[in-house]
Write a protein that binds this ligand. Structure first.
Ligand code: GLU
Ligand code: ZN
Length: 328
């Protein structure tokens, strides 16, 4: 019997794809899980398009993403196609917000300008740890104690880094034990504004999630390494921390990591074999333990058959089996 939670007016979840190409089946499964989590929590669900990294955007991709999510049967309460009180829902339209919060960090001396090249930072570290998304910053341009932003601004700014000195935070992952980490030692000062002038993903996503009042972030585990940087930024910008839930990534038929390309696993190929979404939803749901065996089902029917505990249990089990297959 499905358990009906109380209507929850505070829950706000989101799906935030980058328009770098067509969604693949793994992206769709993550979107489905984020949607189920929001709907089972009786919360609001927001679609945001992370189109800030303009060199990587593909023309037409935003429209394709929206059409594919609709085809699958997902819906949202705020988004680029329907608007809402917290728009715009394309990051490219939110530069004023990023600028304002960037200035706030600057005034608070929480960021500093850095002239190091990517290569300088890489060379300073002999062996990056497995799974690390960037080498630990060696601290070359870190300002001395008692610095003033004036002095920093006189250097040629190449990129701007968040100063992680003395920051200790507790992991917010819903499915793992809370852990306390020294950010400066494990991650290092990370880039919030790139040398090409673009705001970094870590920074923009936190400004948006903060301003949009996101309480729960459900996304792929390829982003779990970003969580600690983002928690530090939520704190620094004065937003409350959301709950993070990282879903295991789906593998392609050869066991490799899925990419946004056309192939036998692509949505394109799936749609040309089967015009209706129900068989695919059944496959996606059974691939992460939401159904024992795959049979055609709509998103709405799947929602009605599940409760939040089922969803969390199967995501947790899928994470464990993914970890067993890919030990760190
Ligand atoms: N736009 C990011 C991506 O597609 C996801 C952002 C997020 O969920 O935090 O990888
Ligand atoms: Zn530097």
């Amino acid at each position: 019997m499905s358990h009906e939670p109380e209507a929850n007016s505070t829950y706000r979840g989101r799906y935030a794809p980058s328009p770098t190409g067509r969604l693949h089946l793994g992206n769709l499964r993550t979107a489905l899980l984020a949607w189920l989590h929001a709907r089972l929590s009786r919360g609001r669900f927001i679609l945001r398009i992370d189109d800030l990294d303009t060199p990587r955007n593909k023309p037409g991709s935003i429209e394709e993403i929206i059409a594919d999510l609709h085809w699958l049967g997902l819906d949202w309460d705020e988004g680029p196609d329907i608007g809402g009180a917290n728009g715009p829902y394309l990051q490219s339209g939110r530069l004023d917000h990023y600028e304002k919060f960037f200035d706030q960090l600057k005034t608070a001396h929480l960021i500093f300008s850095c002239t190091c090249s990517r290569k300088d930072v890489q060379l300073a570290q002999s062996a990056p740890n497995a799974g690390q998304i960037e080498p630990i910053y060696p601290g070359t341009c870190r300002p001395p104690e008692g610095w003033s932003q004036q002095a920093a601004a006189n250097r040629t700014p190449v990129s701007w880094r968040f100063l992680t000195r003395d920051i200790t935070i507790t992991s917010q992952a819903e499915l793992s034990e809370p852990t306390t980490v020294k950010l400066d030692k494990t991650i290092g000062d990370f880039v919030v504004k790139r040398k090409d002038g673009l705001y970094a993903y870590q920074f923009a996503t936190v400004v948006d999630d903060g301003l949009m009042g996101i309480t729960d972030i459900v996304r792929g585990s390829d982003l779990s390494d970003s969580m600690l940087r983002q928690v530090a930024l939520f704190d620094a910008l004065g937003f409350s921390r959301p709950c993070f839930l990282h879903a295991p990534l789906m593998h392609d038929s050869l066991g490799g990591r899925m990419a946004k390309r056309d192939g036998s696993d692509s949505l394109e190929a799936w749609k040309s074999r089967d015009r209706a979404p129900e068989p695919l939803i059944g496959e996606l749901a059974s691939s992460c333990g939401l159904m024992d065996t795959a049979y055609p089902i709509s998103c709405q029917e799947l929602l009605e058959r599940l409760n939040l505990e089922d969803l969390l249990r199967s995501m947790s089990a899928a994470r464990k089996s993914a970890a067993a297959l890919n030990p760190a």
